[in-house]
Design a protein around this ligand. Structure first.
Ligand code: GLN
Length: 563
């Protein structure tokens, strides 16, 4: 197999992460933290998330159940763990970093139809497992990674994950012991009545893993608080794992504290030994500084996020992280208050007064839409800092059209197909689309920034390929079907709306599309068609978010100075 030979040359090593006992253990955070510790040692690391569901990607799943759909630069709609990896590892991942059962079977079945396996019986072993392994090797090869983290989603014992466990079992034979290791993340419950940590679920879960041929090299135990040595010894004995390879991931006050927590227990040092890596002292300052600000901020701001899935914060994970990053950059802690858009009723907007900033995030569907338009109007009229992301920009344009440009009943055709003023309309290339998976405008698209605008000031220093005096282009990720209707741009700008970013006039689709709008003479009112939250990192917070939080901090200071 071509890819495998190449990988041998760069000597890629693999850390396989599995999960036991219950879901939602924080396996993604554990995997990401391991990645952060290896990155902090200077290794080239990439990560693969395996999702055993049959969907080809996460794009068609309900965020309310599954959490946010993350978008990669190459336009894949992935599981939210890919976003966590990007933020913790500070790398850009791709479509190939999220492997699902759906993708694997789709490939195998297509190959079967094309005659690739002519005369053979196509089976889970070896055909499906080979395809899984091919994808894992390929992800390492393309990233030229020294270490590939492979997280198998779901819980050991699930029917769906069996082919994946079999594939990673085989991989140890192919690459050898010094190039592969298994880390199992499980739950260590504490029983208040008997006042002890119970190790039995972990014993069972490791037994199940052994049943499919995998003996974990190390364990990460999720618990409420650090556990005593006695529990460590007992677990080690019953699971056949060395006591020094049993680590504790107890509940942290902030996720950014997890890498340091694991570092202090020697987890990464242990991995270095297992994989025969050189011993390196990590640079963890960025994590330590972040935790310091979160524990002792100079300021606190409260941001009202007016959205649909307010009971499921995971549906807005990247957004929350981007707000946190921006807060840390401003030495502030950001308290997020979720506001159900449906609850923002006419005349009731006064509730929004309590916030130092209002954010309307991306979204789909008509539910709560008028509440979002009202929230944008309230922010505009009352000088409250406003950040509109994707749909949040579209509702700001709808409000501006109705309230300022005199376009009565202006709307998006997504919500009112018969509106007299379709200021937001389907993008022309979307007219031909009839399938639902991966058919939006997705991934990184350039925005030409207009000089002299707030957006230009925010992105100064970040502009790629400068296109003349003071102008430049910035890449942000997209996920939408609708856009500001070009036929209305002049009427909106005549009424005072500033278009501060457009899709540059390159050959092909989308030239001139409105990418960003702002309202002048306002402390901060910015809307973006893109989702800058997807590229925000602790090490490099997103400019629109930092500007928004800076304005919120100023508003809070002014308010407290005024008494
Ligand atoms: N529903 C809108 C569109 O498709 C906005 C999408 C979004 O906010 N991601 O254009």
């Amino acid at each position: 197999m071509r890819s495998r030979e190449k990988v041998r040359r760069v000597d890629t090593k693999f850390v396989f992460v599995t999960g036991g006992v219950v879901s939602s253990l924080g396996k993604g955070i554990t995997t990401s933290s391991v990645g952060a510790l290896l990155r902090a040692r200077g290794y080239r690391v990439t990560a693969v998330k395996i999702d055993p569901y049959i969907n080809v990607d996460a794009g068609t799943m309900r965020p309310y159940e599954h959490g946010e759909v993350f978008v990669t630069h190459d336009g894949a709609e992935t599981d939210l763990d890919i976003g966590t990896y990007e933020r913790f590892l500070d790398v850009d991942l791709e479509r190939r970093n999220n492997v699902t059962t759906g993708q694997v079977y789709l490939t195998v079945i297509q190959q079967e139809r094309q005659g690739t396996y002519l005369s053979q019986t196509v089976q889970v072993i070896p055909h499906v497992t080979d395809e899984i392994k091919r994808r894992i090797y390929e992800a390492g090869e393309v990233a030229q990674a020294e270490i590939v983290l492979v997280e198998v989603g779901g819980t050991v014992g699930d029917i769906e994950s069996l082919p994946f466990l079999e594939a990673i079992r085989q991989m140890r034979f192919e690459v050898g012991r010094e190039r592969s290791m298994y880390l199992h993340v499980t739950l260590l419950p504490y029983l208040g009545t008997s006042e002890e940590f119970k190790t039995k679920p972990t014993q069972h879960s490791v037994a199940t893993l052994r049943g499919v041929g995998i003996q974990p090299d190390g364990l990460v135990l999720r618990s409420k608080s650090p556990f005593p040595d006695e529990a460590r010894r007992k677990i080690a004995l019953f699971t056949n794992v060395a006591p020094e390879a049993v680590f504790s991931a107890y509940d942290a006050d902030h996720v950014y504290a997890v890498p340091e927590m694991l570092e202090q227990q020697g987890l990464a040092r242990w991995i270095e030994r297992q994989l025969d890596l050189e011993r390196v002292t990590p640079e963890l300052r960025v994590w330590q500084d972040a935790v310091r600000v979160l524990r002792q901020p100079d300021a606190n701001v409260s941001i009202g996020v007016v959205g649909k899935y307010v009971a499921m914060p995971d549906a807005y994970l990247s957004l929350m992280e981007a707000l946190k990053h921006a807060g840390i950059a401003n030495h502030a802690r950001v308290d997020i208050d979720w506001v159900s858009a449906e609850g923002v009723a006419d005349g009731d907007e006064a509730d929004l007064h309590a916030f130092d900033g209002i954010l309307v995030p991306g979204g789909f569907g008509v539910r709560g839409i008028e509440g979002k338009v009202r929230a944008a109007r309230f922010a505009r009229e009352n000088g409250v800092p406003y950040l509109g992301i994707c749909l949040g920009m579209q509702v700001a344009v709808i409000d501006f059209a109705r309230s300022v440009a005199g376009l009565d009943a202006a709307n998006s055709t997504e919500f009112d197909p018969y509106t007299p003023h379709p200021v937001i309309d389907l993008m022309p290339e979307q007219l031909e689309v009839d399938g639902m998976g991966g058919t939006m405008r997705l991934g990184s698209w350039p925005m030409q920034v207009r000089p002299g605008t707030r957006i230009a000031a925010l992105y100064a220093g970040r502009l790629e390929a400068p296109g003349g005096e003071g102008t430049g282009v910035v890449l942000e990720r997209h996920r939408h079907r609708y856009e500001v209707n070009p036929a209305y741009v002049e009427r909106l700008t005549d009424a005072g709306l500033v278009v501060s970013g457009v899709t540059p006039g390159m050959a092909g689709r989308g030239a001139g599309l409105v990418e960003a709008v702002e309202v002048p003479d306002h402390p901060f009112f910015v809307g973006l068609q893109s989702h800058p939250e997807f590229t925000s990192r602790l090490m490099r917070p997103s400019p629109p978010f930092t500007g928004f939080i800076r304005a919120a901090v100023e508003r809070r200071r002014a308010a407290s100075a005024a008494g």
